[in-house]
Design a binder for this molecule. Structure first.
Ligand code: ADP
Length: 547
């Protein structure tokens, strides 16, 4: 074999290739950003020049190869500039989640040892409140998105002043290994402190091909791409990288994420593809019932982050002609893992069955491998019923958390343990039924808290419901339903009617042992039910069946 080695070029898969290609072949294409004063527009040509200038600027402010460059910013053209300038320069783009509690934000900046932080002026106060606890940051670079600003941060420099002070010629990019770190992002930490995930150039490069692949998301040059999912959350699902790779027009929403703003932007800029979590689409659906917008330019919407209700996929398609692609991923998987792409022969299936497939989380993207195992570590059958923990591996799946001992428990024989519990149907489509830590483990059997709470939320008197495991002397755990009634039913709703409502739908042993009514379900920074807080609150709760 050895005489054949070296007969293909050793060409590193780094982000320089995407940037240089975009600057060379698509300089006339547009990048649009919604701002407080209107709409900012420039071309890839302008973008390319500014990314090179920003690299000069990173050098000027003393950023060294491998240093972490933090960003605390909305989806804007400046954020997109750092997205390429930092990794191409050899530094590590570290996106900071602006919705995190301040103690976690502090933890993340310190843990990653960010050397500089680029911050939108509209978000300055977040950093001002924690500045005395930040140990590594040597400089704050302010991106003015408000007009006038003042800050107690120090030392600071203005982004535009910095760019104006550096050479205009192209920056001589260093030669980087494709294995060099390009970016990092911390998980939002539903258990304990957030964990750092590091993305190599190679991982992002290959992931971008998967995002651009026809038959799936298929981002291409003709697209007008609107990343609604924040650039601080799992690389905005890789959309900015893929869009620059193919030279697609990019539309950035800035901080304007209300349904009306988004619909207006889609209509004005003739957006063809976008991505956002289900809650955004629930808001948009409700708005479209009251106001008219022309969203006919949309060819595809990627939705994920939590389960997209089947009814909504169907309603959007039938009422507005908008096609949804349901996808699953994690910060740890860069993030694209699986997509519910129906197979061609499913076109002839009845609606009921087709939408059932479309509402699942799907089959893996090319490059990603998946399996699911039961409590004994044995692979589960593809019967659509048996539950197992989903495990993944692939060229853009993390192989360890950054400086974190929790890495040890996150892997099994080279597979990453996702913590998600799934079934796999005979066609290979996964369906997420729960998270491992949220499952109710009743006498060795698993009960899906998600299935129960979704069923309860269909009850006409219920606003929200979460199901958690409560300790039980005989069964170890039994389900406890925590329910928020609609205000008008606050005094009339009963435990019995909830249980009766579920009785026809689930096996008897799945039914909650108790129902408690509360004012509100606690939520995480990204709007998911915070079951950790809820479990804490009910940890000493005695079920009526436990006495
Ligand atoms: P965090 O783990 O901090 O919530 P992530 O954004 O990495 O942040 O979330 C990944 C998790 O989100 C997955 O492990 C899964 O539980 C959930 N998730 C992602 N996409 C979907 C989806 N389409 N349906 C259901 N759950 C999803």
């Amino acid at each position: 074999m050895s005489e054949f080695r070296g007969l293909i070029m050793d060409f590193p898969l780094t982000l320089h290739h995407f940037l240089e290609r975009a600057g060379k072949y698509f300089p006339k294409k547009e990048i649009v950003t919604r701002t407080r004063t209107g709409v900012h527009r420039y071309t890839y040509g302008d973008y390319y020049r500014r990314v090179h200038q920003l690299a000069h600027a990173l050098k000027k402010i003393g950023v060294e190869p491998g240093d972490r460059v933090g960003t605390l910013a909305w989806n804007t053209y400046r954020h997109l500039e750092i997205y390429f300038a930092a990794p191409c320069y050899g530094a590590v783009l570290h996106t900071l989640n602006l919705r995190l509690p301040l103690d976690q934000l502090t933890y993340i900046i310190n843990h990653a040892e960010d050397k500089v932080v680029f911050v939108d002026a509209s978000l300055l106060q977040l950093l001002e409140r924690i500045k005395d606890h930040l140990h590594s940051v040597r400089l704050f670079v302010v991106m003015n998105d408000v007009g006038e600003y003042q800050t107690s941060l120090s030392p600071v420099v203005d982004y535009e002043d910095l760019l104006a002070s550096v050479p205009q010629e192209p920056y001589p990019w260093p030669e980087l290994s494709e294995w060099a770190a390009a970016g990092m992002c911390y998980t939002s930490g539903t258990t304990g402190n957030p964990k750092g995930v590091v993305y190599s150039h190679r991982a992002i490069f290959l992931h971008s091909f998967a995002v651009a692949m026809a038959g799936g998301i298929g981002v291409n040059e003709r697209d007008v791409v609107l990343p609604i999912v924040p650039m601080f959350h799992a690389n905005a699902w890789g959309l900015p990288f893929a869009a620059v790779m193919v030279g697609a027009k990019i539309v950035n929403p800035g901080p304007f994420l209300q349904p009306r703003d988004l619909c207006q932007l889609i209509q004005d800029e003739r957006v063809t593809m976008t991505g956002a979590v289900p809650t955004i689409w629930i808001g948009i659906y409700n708005l479209l019932k009251q106001e008219k917008f022309d969203l006919s330019s949309l060819r595809l919407v990627v939705v994920g982050g939590s389960a997209m209700p089947r009814q909504l996929i169907e309603a959007f398609e039938k009422e507005y002609g908008i096609y949804f692609l349901h996808a699953w991923g994690m910060t740890e998987t860069t993030p694209l893992g699986t997509m519910a792409i129906p197979k061609s022969y499913m076109d002839g299936w009845p609606d009921e069955q087709r939408y059932e497939v479309r509402a699942k989380q799907g089959i893996p993207a090319v490059g990603v491998e998946i399996r699911a195992v039961d409590a004994e570590g044995k692979e589960i059958p593809w019967d659509g019923k048996t539950m197992g923990e989903l495990q993944v591996r692939g060229p853009w799946v993390t192989s360890g958390y950054y400086n974190d001992p929790r890495t040890a428990e996150a892997f099994m024989d080279g597979w990453f343990k996702t913590g998600d519990v799934v079934t796999i149907d005979p066609e290979g489509y996964i369906q997420i039924v729960d998270r491992v830590k949220d499952l109710v483990k009743s006498g060795g059997e698993w009960i899906s808290s998600v299935d129960l709470e979704n069923a309860i939320m269909v009850h006409p008197k219920v606003l929200e419901a979460a199901v958690i495991a409560a300790p039980h002397p005989k069964w170890q755990e039994r389900p406890l339903a925590v329910v928020v009634p609609k205000p008008e039913y606050k005094d009339s709703i009963t435990k019995e009617e909830i249980i009766e409502f579920l009785a026809g739908r689930f096996a008897k042993w799945w039914l909650p042992d108790d129902v408690v009514f509360v004012e509100e379900i606690p939520k995480t920074s990204v709007g998911k039910f915070d079951k950790k807080v809820l479990r804490d609150r009910f940890k000493d709760y005695t079920l009526p069946t436990a006495v």
